[in-house]
Design a protein. Structure first.
Length: 186
């Protein structure tokens, strides 16, 4: 079980930014300006998908007992994921102990939330679908999730076709307290 969360970001823009945090119109403007790196290859309907997805994640999180202190989460990987650096032209990373977070302020998806929910929603992606897709997990459920499906990795995603998109477990942090401590150090 990884003991750290990793936050990857574009150094020129700083850490702990979420494209949805300032509303739909600003999110569209931000996306239009991204012209380099992996994030420039997002589909045309990405902003619609992202807002819808965050709403679904938050709803499931609350139903499971989560207490979000924000409308939108900060995104992390559970454990290190070098592949995530490819999303940015000039990548930065912040490593935070998982123990620093309150359990009711953090949710998880297996794998990346966008991938997990697309596998759940799209019948044509059934080859890659797992029972954990389209679901949100609490910290108390992560060990069992890893025991059942294994810890995703880039190596495994290249070696096993059914795991092609399983590069990491995503963590969504729904509170500013710990983030603000690390933001001031970045």
């Amino acid at each position: 079980m990884p003991e750290f969360l990793f936050h990857y970001y574009e150094i020129d823009h700083g850490p702990f930014r979420n494209i949805t945090e300032h509303g739909y119109e600003k999110a569209e403007n931000i996306q239009r300006r991204i012209s380099k790196g992996w994030n420039s290859k997002r589909p045309a309907n990405y902003i619609d998908l992202r807002f819808s997805l965050e709403s679904r994640i938050k709803e499931q999180f609350i139903l499971k007992g989560g207490r979000p202190g924000r409308n939108d989460p900060f995104y992390f990987t559970l454990g290190e994921c070098d592949w995530a650096k490819s999303w940015y032209v000039n990548p930065g990373v912040i490593k935070i102990p998982l123990a620093d977070f309150q359990p009711d302020h953090i949710s998880f998806t297996y794998p990346d939330s966008m991938v997990s929910f697309q596998f759940y929603d799209e019948p044509k992606l059934a080859t890659y679908r797992k029972d954990c897709n389209g679901r949100v997990f609490l910290l108390s459920e992560i060990k069992d999730l890893i025991d059942e499906y294994g810890l995703p990795s880039e190596e495994k995603s290249h070696a096993v076709e059914e795991c092609k998109y399983d590069k990491y477990i995503e963590a969504q942090v729904w509170d500013d307290a710990v983030i603000n401590q690390y933001k001031s150090k970045a």
